[in-house]
Design a protein around this ligand. Sequence first.
Ligand code: GLN
Length: 273
Amino acid sequence: MAEARRTPELPVAAGRVTESAIRIAVVHPELLGTYGDGGNAVILARRLEWRQIASELVEVHPGAPVPDSCDVYCLGGGEDKPQARAAAELSHGQPLARAVEAGAAVLAVCAGFQILGRSFLGADGTPRDGLGLIDAVTDRGRGRRAVGEVVSTPTAALGARGLPTLTGYENHRWVTTLGPGVTPLGQVVSGVGNGAGDRSEGAVSGRVVGTYMHGPVMARNPILADLILESVVGPLDPIEDAEANALRAERLAAVGAGGGARWGPLRRWGRRR
Ligand code: GLN
């Protein structure tokens, strides 16, 4: 299995080379679609539409061939058995790796994130090969199940590009240890995130983004949605996100960050009891 070595940062595409619709794949929604993660693809498509850029949602169902010609691939969370089945299907011919090689972006949440790594656990608890798109290993860990709100500050590079404090909802048992070939998506301020003891949350490896954040994460963090889209279509004009801002403020307030921390850096607060 090839280990990914890419720039550890979401690049901005030079610009669109064709006028054809941007194809957004919803990968195995029946297996990988917990907590509304299927909404991520819809949000990406809608944000393109708001910029008069045509898009097409391509649902990829288990048992059907996985196209390697899409521009963005979305994978969501899932239970352990469906997760292992999705990984087994996606490993045939490595369509995602070929698509990424050709410039596609991937957004993978929770179980989806775990199977993009070098290894994860099967439903029987034994290690399985992952797809090798992210330099990370997922195993059982020792802590309790991570359930609840998670807040992180974006990595320096993404923060410099305007990515604000990230917010989501996590629900996972396994922990993910990042290798040197990737950058965390963020540093955890509240919640667990990857759970490996380094307070990292998620991972970025070129155009591949993994995270434990449900929500859906694209609804909670529309600027991250735009950065992912920009990595395939080039620079985008900003959008007025009043509704998303209100949701973010409410969710950040729910973990004690205060509604005023909408787009700015969060102040640190004490460990919650
Ligand atoms: N099976 C994984 C875990 O518990 C993924 C859970 C999820 O996707 N919500 O860690």
